[in-house]
Each structure stands twice: as C-alpha cells, then as structure tokens.
Design a protein around this ligand. Sequence first.
Ligand code: SF4
Ligand code: SF4
Length: 329
Amino acid sequence: MSKLKQTPPPADYPFGYQTPPKRSGNDINGLGREDWFQPDQVFHNTGRGSGRDDIDWAAMDMFFNMTNPWSMFWENMKALWHRRNAAGPVTREPVKVEDPASMAAQVKAKAMDIGIHLVGISEYSDKDQLKGITFPYKYAITCGHVMNREEALHVPFKRGATEVMRTYRVGNQQANKLAKYIRSLGWQAEAYGIGEDLMQIPQAIRAGVGHLGKHGSMISKEHGSNFRITCVMTDLPMQIDQPVDIGVDDLCATCQRCVQDCPPGAIFDEKQWVRGAKKWYVNFDKCIPYFTHTHGCAICIEVCPWSEPGRGPILSEKLLAKRETATAE
Ligand code: SF4
Ligand code: SF4
C-alpha cells in the first residue's frame, strides 16, 4: 500500500514536449554493453565543466527547467547562487596529516556538525568522470542530505518536488561549508552539488554511504532512499571508507514495489549490462519524459520500503540474518 499523499498521474498524459531526442538515452548510457567506455552527458547539463550545447537530451532538460513550478525554480536559483561559494582560496600552509584515519574522523565530525546526515570518503577514480571533463582532486567526500519525509511523500507533485529542490539547496550550502573548512586547513577543496558534471553515485557506493537499488537510486541503511547527495572534492589526505553490504540486493531480488508503482514502467526487474557491469538500471527513455512532466517524479524513491523512517536498520538486520541462515543450511 503506497504512502504517497496523492495518486500519481498515469503515463499516457498529454505531454507538451515535441522534439524527439537525437539518440536513445539508453544507447548513450551503454545499456546492453558488456564493455566499459567513458560515459557521456545525456540530460542534466548545467555543471561547471561542460559548456556544451550538443547534449542529446538538453532540449528536454531545458523544457524540464522551464516548466517547473515557481517554488521549485526559486529553490534551484538559490542553489545555483550558492555555487559561487563552492570553491575559494587556500590562505595558509597545509596542516601536516600524519594520521589519515584521525583526519577522516575529524572531517566527518565537522560534516555532522554542519548538519550533513551521511558522509563517506572514497578515492576519486577517472571512471567517475564524464567524457571530456576532468577533476584535479584525489578524494571525494560524499555527503547525504535527508529530505523531510512528510513533504517528500507529496511527489510527483509540486510540493514534493519543492522539497527535493530545497534539500539540494541546503545540501549545496552544507557542502560549501565543508569545503571551506578543509580549505581552512590549508588544503584545496571544492563542493559539487546539484547539476554538476560528476558521477556521484559510484563514489557514494565506494564510500559506503549506501547501495544501488533496483530503482537506480541510492539506498542507505539509515535513511533508505529519502536523501540526496552532494560531494566535496579535495586533496586532503584521509583514510577512505569501504563499500557496505546492508542486504539491498537480497530485498530487491524479490521486491516489486518500485517496479509496480512506476507509472511508465521504466524499472527493469532484472539487472542489466551497462558499460561493462551488470547492475540495476532504469529505462532512461521511459523514465525521463515522465520525470520531466512531473517535475522530477521520484515516486520510486518514496515508495521503497527502505525509505520508511526507522525501518532501514531493522530491515538490514533481518535480511543479513536470513542470508546467513540460508548459507548455513
Ligand atoms: S523517477 Fe522514473 S523510474 Fe522512478 S518512478 Fe518516476 S518514472 Fe519511474
Ligand atoms: S522498492 Fe523494492 S525493489 Fe525497488 S529499490 Fe526498493 S527494495 Fe528494491
């Protein structure tokens, strides 16, 4: 039984966007490909690195931005305004880091102090970058920002979408503060929030913030999928985290919640080959028109059982115990 506050519109809606994208988003993403290749931008394209106007789905992205309700547009504008503080000068000699583990703990404590709900550290990999864009940093600090669940349950309507954008705006500000703190230690750091040209999900998985769910979004033990991520890139030496296993795959293997509740039927029930890895994948060509029409949709994120507040730790414990019993038999 879905907890969404209103019934979502059906997928056979009248949709004002008329120009078909030049190429299938699934083809660009490498659906069905068993070989790895550098990913390319497809849709959101407002990041600092690109300056490109040849992105296949850019016109639909523009349509998305132009048809958003005012409350969402306003939060987005404020988020973009905060981007001016994403980077800045380093004004002192770098502090010496003799113990990367204690520096990681110090940075995480600062992140929590700022109000960031989830934090994990990974080493930056060239595989995280989109074609033609490079990042001159060694580490990525993934930050998770929890949405107000009561507001988020209003997706896929204006009220829920505004909560998503508000969370990104707050996330941008918090990531900026963390980057500024690291710069105050004498190490370069830069915050990356919404709309950046950086693949943040692989970093978040490596950093142990959560796992990829069947719905193509992150699932954390503490907050399910009811959060958004930003990132701080830096050279400050820190001990990196490891991926976590909370039992996401065990539940996704049999759960059908998001598959059944996705109006355009975009969620594959089986893992797919995508650029050299078999993983959960959402049919881009089916999802994005509905996503655009509904100001960012996010139904799958909110109906996921992990997103129910307080449920994640219990679910994880049960799933892992069940697996252990099955392995022992
Ligand atoms: S965001 Fe996409 S995949 Fe998720 S429910 Fe909406 S249309 Fe389906
Ligand atoms: S709704 Fe179910 S299948 Fe979908 S991501 Fe959540 S646990 Fe997995």
